[in-house]
Design a protein around this ligand. Sequence first.
Ligand SMILES: C[S@@+](CC[C@H](N)C(=O)[O-])C[C@H]1O[C@@H](n2cnc3c(N)ncnc32)[C@H](O)[C@@H]1O
Length: 280
Amino acid sequence: MLTCFHVLKLWEQRFHKQGIDSPRLSAQLLLAHTLAISKMDLLLNLGLELGALDLEAFEGLAKRRLQGEPVAYLVGSREFYGLEFMVGPEVLIPRPETELIIDYLRKHYAPDFSGTILDIGTGSGALAVTCAHYFSQAMILATDLSWPALLMAQKNAVQHGVNAQILFTQGDLAQHVYCHQADIILANLPYVPERDKVNLSHEVVNYEPWEALFAGADGLDAYRYLALTLQAKVLPGTLLLCEIGSDQGLAMEHLFAPIAQQIHILKDYSGHHRVVVVVF
Ligand SMILES: C[S@@+](CC[C@H](N)C(=O)[O-])C[C@H]1O[C@@H](n2cnc3c(N)ncnc32)[C@H](O)[C@@H]1O
């Protein structure tokens, strides 16, 4: 019989040979998921012998990983800001750099903030649900073009017990009626330039939803559209936080300068431009 140690070693090598991202972590997360234990418990029990059914289930997932399918989709979840989010191919897998937006809000607003936060392009609901969790008095509006994404976001809100605090609506941001009601608007809209498709990992391009990733030749189509929409609707004093690509800071400043009182750019932990903060 094979132990967890042997199985992990074998599949780490296979993933590595195939050029799969994070080969060791991938093997550990898939095996922990198969055994319904935490990664920590797995690492503390490497001598455990695997039964035939568990081995078969693990190998089924591992073979899909070998084709490049992201671990988050295989196990059906990803952690964001300490909370577990259900994910599937209909939503973007929440990224650690997006946590910067929550860090900013927690730094500048007290936990009893009772205003309205609008999350445009909510996807899995990572930002909306995390805001509801940390600002329990706030009213959250969450919107997305994609119905399947909204359903997933709603499931996540239920899972975290914040469904009553969030109003989900399907819609294009241009038709959005809530902009003038929000104190804070969050927008992690698609920002990858179409031409970068060839440079992206095949895990991303082949598995994540394109409508969550790409936005025209320079990646700014969605934000251009947002600026146009907000110009007509947003009230003075409203705060907007947008996640961007590391080389888009200057272009975003130009885009929002005609309608903003203040603009500044936050850097991520790697020192790259990542979030634009606009005060209207
Ligand atoms: C980059 S994903 C962000 C998901 C989530 N907010 C996060 O941070 O993980 C962008 C999301 O915006 C949605 N989206 C794209 N264009 C949109 C539009 N014009 N109006 C509303 N949502 C849009 C996509 O469906 C996708 O769910």
